[in-house]
Design a protein around this ligand. Structure first.
Ligand SMILES: [Mg+2]
Length: 300
């Protein structure tokens, strides 16, 4: 797509997402039956499904060749989700579904487009708080049409990190999670956990947080937020390599700048090295757990 076509595509999908916002608002009043997927906190409603169908159906109508990697479609399909060079929409119809069913307004619709495996368009929309984040590669990040920038900070101490900590319910993740929390406490890093990783990323982009950390999330939780942070002047790096993050394996540190991202990475590397010595990394503990006949679905 050339820049004119991208602009047209941006506007077309923006309108679709605004329409989906009305459906989300309707469901927020009464979401109907709450169903579960992989585990009891992995919930889904007809509103998740409806919004995803409208987005995919609407985009397909105008762009029949485009591909999709979307949360609810993935939940039903047995096929592995593969990102190719073709234009691909990465969609989470409602990020923060547990908030949604509990009537907490910390939710958003997350939609990103990749071309040649590169993020080019991103939207995060919370119709309940009227926050519409958007970005196009090279053209900046916006909140309700106003340009946004990350909040600069030179030091970890005193900064605020957003992260999801409920993976600590898995016994094999718990020692690592507790060590991370200790690290934050010791360094006076304030912790926020909103229950919507995508929204947390939007908030980093607008300067609410200076750091964001996530592991074990899905591509649709992170893709849109990543482009919005990058376009707001921040960084998004792979937690292990410190290089550009992998869209399909979003284990990331996002931050206002590379200095504090790398500082956090170094501290986390230290935690992992210590856990390795003690035989308590998530990987080692997971293997032991499975060897002992554990079932991942029984854990929460
Ligand atoms: Mg979702």
């Amino acid at each position: 797509m050339n820049s004119e076509e991208l602009k047209e595509c941006f506007e077309y999908v923006k309108d679709l997402i605004l329409k989906c916002g009305e459906i989300l608002k309707e469901g927020f009043k009464d979401c109907g039956e709450v169903m579960t997927k992989a585990n009891p906190s992995d919930v889904v409603t007809i509103y998740d499904q409806k919004i995803e169908e409208i987005l995919i159906g609407g985009i397909r109508k105008k762009y029949p060749d485009h591909k999709f990697i979307a949360e609810e479609q993935a939940a039903k399909s047995k096929e592995a989700q593969v990102l190719t060079s073709l234009p691909t929409w990465i969609i989470d119809p409602i990020d923060g579904s547990l908030n949604f069913v509990a009537k907490s307004p910390l939710v958003c619709i997350s939609v990103a487009l990749t071309i040649n495996e590169d993020l080019v368009i991103a939207f995060l929309y919370n119709p309940l708080t009227n926050e519409f984040f958007s970005a196009q590669k090279g053209l900046g990040a916006f909140l309700n049409g106003n340009k946004i920038k990350v909040r600069e900070t030179e030091v970890l101490q005193g900064s605020t990190i957003a992260t999801e900590i409920n993976f600590g319910t898995f016994p094999f993740v718990r020692p690592q999670m507790m060590a991370k929390l200790n690290l934050f406490f010791e360094n006076h890093i304030r912790i926020r956990t909103l229950g919507s990783a995508a929204l947390e990323m939007g908030y980093l982009a607008k300067g609410t947080f200076q750091l964001f950390l996530c592991e074990r999330l899905k591509p649709w939780d992170v893709a849109a937020g990543a482009l919005i942070i990058l376009e707001a002047g921040g960084v998004v790096i792979d937690i292990k390599t410190g290089e550009d993050y992998k869209i399909m394996q979003p284990n990331i540190i996002a931050a206002s700048n590379m200095k504090i991202a790398l500082e956090l990475k170094k501290a986390l590397d230290g935690i992992d090295a210590k856990l390795e010595e003690e035989g308590k990394t998530p990987k080692i503990l997971y293997e032991k757990f499975i060897a002992a006949g554990g079932n991942i679905k029984d854990l929460r």
